[in-house]
Design a protein around this ligand. Sequence first.
Ligand code: ZN
Length: 128
Amino acid sequence: MIKKHGYCFIYSPKHPNKNCKGYVREHRLVMEKHLGRYLTKDEIVHHKNEDKTDNMIENLDLTTQAKHARNHMIGHKLSEETRMKMSKAKKGKNSPRKGVRLSDDTKKRISESQKRYWNSKNINTTNA
Ligand SMILES: [Zn+2]
């Protein structure tokens, strides 16, 4: 068994969906064994606990590419991307300055909306 990109791969040269080197991701093999058939390319095996090396059938969820993408958009995938962007921004040379400019803009926007809020409040109180 080899590990790559966080996945476990099993050498199975006779598998129809093996990669060029004859390996198949273990979680797909486990699901196929469970179903008694090969998975189609549109079928995705999702790790319920997000641990790509935890390939117990209880941790695996058969889904489609569309459903899977949607699940990840709502959940952890987004926060994962945000975290990656944040760590990249920390490493980047120009990003601290950018960050300051951005927060200045945000501050302006906040104070403006606060002004608007208080203006509308004043109007309301004078009307009432
Ligand atoms: Zn997933």
